[in-house]
Write a protein that binds this ligand. Sequence first.
Ligand SMILES: C[S@@+](CC[C@H](N)C(=O)[O-])C[C@H]1O[C@@H](n2cnc3c(N)ncnc32)[C@H](O)[C@@H]1O
Length: 212
Amino acid sequence: MLRSAFQKFISKQLAKPSGLFGRFFTARILEQVNVQMNAQSLLHIAPTEGDHILEIGFGSGQLLDRILKSHNSATVAGIDISPEMVAVVSKRLRHHIKIGRAEIKEGGIESIPFAPGYFTKLCSVNTLYFWSNPVRALAECHRVLQTGGKIILCFNAKKDMLSWPGHKHGFRLYEVAEVADLLMNSGFGDITLSSDQQQGQGLFHCISATAI
Ligand SMILES: C[S@@+](CC[C@H](N)C(=O)[O-])C[C@H]1O[C@@H](n2cnc3c(N)ncnc32)[C@H](O)[C@@H]1O
């Protein structure tokens, strides 16, 4: 009973880190457990000169930080529904925000607060489980990407998540083929996939696709 209540609390924190626990503990947990997923996502993003890259659901901000450090002219923007994560990452990236290389906003994937064609690349790691409307979410991603722009989604697949009881508390699970289908039906093509193991969490997948 107590164990299930704690599991539910953690699942809710992962979906939207909140309060002091979110700010100080969830952010720290995310920073430590998703290292390989963020590293693999960075390989797919491969920042280059002139890139303007959006991350959706940045959590502790590790991937945005890695992108900024991996290329000295790429610029980034990030949105997250959690005011606590927005505060944590605004502080973490304050230098880059000050010099105009980073922009951090509160917002959700279902209504991205940026103009059409604003980005060259868009990434989102461990968030698709929480999208209230995946079709609308991907339509929004397509809208803010330039034609030829790239989307990168990194996640654990349904068959691997089912063994973790926390998924029952609000996680929507997908197999890799379902995500690929959703992308193709949302105006994306050229789909590529890479899969790897994350310590303690098992197999994960990164799918990249091009906005056509
Ligand atoms: C499990 S955490 C992953 C954080 C980070 N990407 C990582 O992998 O370490 C999910 C993050 O996505 C955010 N999030 C959840 N639903 C979202 C949505 N619909 N739009 C934007 N962000 C969302 C949460 O607030 C949280 O910071």
